[in-house]
Design a protein around this ligand. Structure first.
Ligand code: 5GP
Length: 182
């Protein structure tokens, strides 16, 4: 069946921007880098829900190292400190002390989520932490962040599909779509 060039998710229209074949190709490239860089190690992949579930499934099947995967979520609270919002990693149910950790994220935008996550995880004393993201919007980054593995850099436009949502919908498309007339 011919793929639709545009889709409607709730009240917004999106146009195809990254086809599934390109996503798979880039995921394989990044997995090969991880396989090479982590040779002889047993990394723990920490996939950040919900958005990374499809990326994590594809990535892990290209990893040929002995490894574990666990899924975490981030909870936000209204804080009283000047930082405003405090994010907490929930569901970290494995001991990462002394282990090499690879965070699997769907998209890095301002980088604030990953910065908070790094801070929290460091408190658990892992041997190392690397970030692996499907997408990165380099022009939106607000913090200094070392994103070691990135499948694709994209412009500053809202995207859905391949696990990413718009208001909880649109996660189930095989390709990635960019919003039209935001
Ligand atoms: P950051 O803290 O880096 O600004 O935001 C990261 C989170 O914002 C991602 O995990 C994702 O949930 C959400 N996000 C940022 N940009 C997009 C986008 O273009 N599309 C979707 N669906 N979510 C996004």
């Amino acid at each position: 069946m011919q793929k639709p060039k545009t889709i409607r998710v709730k009240d917004k229209d999106f146009t195809i921007s990254i086809p599934e074949a390109e996503l798979k190709q880039q995921i394989k490239r990044v997995a090969d880098e991880i396989n090479r860089d982590y040779a002889g190690k047993k990394p723990v992949f920490l996939a950040v829900l919900n958005g990374s579930f499809i990326f994590a499934a594809d990535l892990l099947r290209e990893i040929d190292l002995p490894c574990e995967i666990s899924f975490v979520k981030l909870a936000s609270y209204e804080g009283t400190s000047t930082t405003g919002t405090i994010r907490e990693v929930i569901g970290l149910n494995i001991d990462i002390t002394g282990r090499p950790v690879i965070i699997v994220e769907d998209i890095v935008d301002t980088g604030l989520t990953m910065a908070h996550m790094l801070d929290t995880l460091k408190g658990h004393n892992p041997a190392s932490i690397d970030i692996c993201t499907l997408l990165l919007k380099p022009t939106k980054l607000q913090v200094k962040l070392n994103v070691r593995y990135c499948c694709k850099e994209i412009p500053d436009d809202f995207v859905v599909g391949f696990g990413l949502d718009y208001d909880s919908f649109g996660r189930n498309t095989k390709d990635i779509y960019t919003i039209i007339n935001q």
